[in-house]
Design a protein around this ligand. Structure first.
Ligand code: NDP
Length: 286
């Protein structure tokens, strides 16, 4: 039996069509949603991500500003720019592209973004709120994963969910989102004993490790829904953390790489920008 392929591009296109209508709706009420993107340094992957984000914003009618700073920009200058964007009522969302250069304290920079403009959901206050319950602007990749599961009709209540990876940007927040949907959640990491056995408990398996094709069919319970967050470059092509070729014969459903979680991340960023604009304009309450 071959797994159902959960097509993130198709789901993204559906959501983006709705977001376009929402932009028109906000504009008709005098609100022009605007996302500011801040990039420090010349990491080629970061430049590609920023270009994609700006392109999608433009295609949806979301105004954007890009602030591309040299890699040796002093931290104080980055913080001063964030303060200006925080105070600018025309800017609704602020995204700091990670990673920042080593000379800059990432926690300090992310903590300087006004929580109501934190469309990436990485401000400590927003991560804390996420622990307590659903939030309007959760981190984008975890939010994209939940949207894939929702649109695929996966019932989470009471289900065994296993998340491999405990980063603050993917593993931990997605674990909380699954918990809020009443799944029974296990979080695994590099010190987990007998990882394949723990993963085989999962009815929903989310893999965010950063190791090419590590999770093979040996890790997967027959019929499980497998979400592959990994983006790894192997011989010039992109592969996930899941070994798609073996796992697709065991899983009930699986996200491909590319074309699974990746496209959802940018789409959810746009959704959060519109949410931020609506909240700041008093058109929505938190
Ligand atoms: P991090 O490197 O921050 O975290 C990786 C996690 O995996 C850590 O918790 C680590 O454990 C765990 N891990 C590493 N090796 C093993 C192992 N052998 N067995 C079990 N656990 C292991 O990565 P991110 O969460 O930032 O990203 C994960 C992947 O997702 C990457 O490939 C990244 O490129 C991709 N990604 C994709 C996005 C998208 O839009 N699709 C967005 C963000 C990330 P420990 O904590 O013990 O070190």
């Amino acid at each position: 039996m071959a797994a159902v392929i959960l097509d993130g591009r198709e789901i993204s296109a559906q959501i983006q069509a709705d977001l376009k209508d929402e932009v028109t709706n906000l504009q008709s009420q005098g609100v022009n949603p605007c996302l500011a993107v801040l990039l420090v340094g010349d990491n080629p992957a970061s430049h590609t991500y920023v270009r994609s984000k700006l392109r999608v914003a433009q295609s949806l009618g979301i105004a954007s500003r890009d602030h591309i700073l040299a890699g040796d920009t002093p931290e104080e200058e980055v913080l001063a720019l964030i303060r200006r964007l925080n105070d600018d009522p025309a800017v609704h969302g602020i995204l700091v592209q990670l990673p920042l250069p080593e000379s800059i304290n990432t926690a300090r920079v992310l903590g300087a973004v006004a929580p109501e403009k934190d469309v990436d959901g990485f401000h400590p206050m927003n991560l804390g709120r996420l622990m307590m319950g659903p939030t309007p602007m959760p981190p984008c990749t975890p939010a994209g994963i939940m949207e894939i599961l929702r649109r695929a009709g996966v019932e989470l209540k009471g289900k065994e969910a296993v998340v491999v990876g405990r980063s603050n940007i993917v593993g931990k927040p997605v674990a909380f989102l699954l918990l809020h949907e009443h799944a029974t959640v296990t979080i695994c990491h590099s010190r987990t004993r007998d990882l394949p056995a723990v993963c085989r408990r999962a009815e929903v398996l989310v893999v965010a490790i950063g190791r090419a094709r590590m999770v093979t069919d040996e890790y997967v319970r027959p019929g499980a829904v497998v979400i592959d967050v990994g983006i790894n470059r192997e011989n010039g092509r992109l592969v996930g953390d899941v070994d798609f070729e073996t796992v697709r014969h065991v899983a009930g459903a699986i996200t491909p790489v590319p074309g699974g979680v990746g496209p959802m991340t940018i789409t959810m960023l746009m959704k959060s920008t519109l949410t931020a604009a609506a909240l700041q304009s008093g058109l929505k309450s938190a």
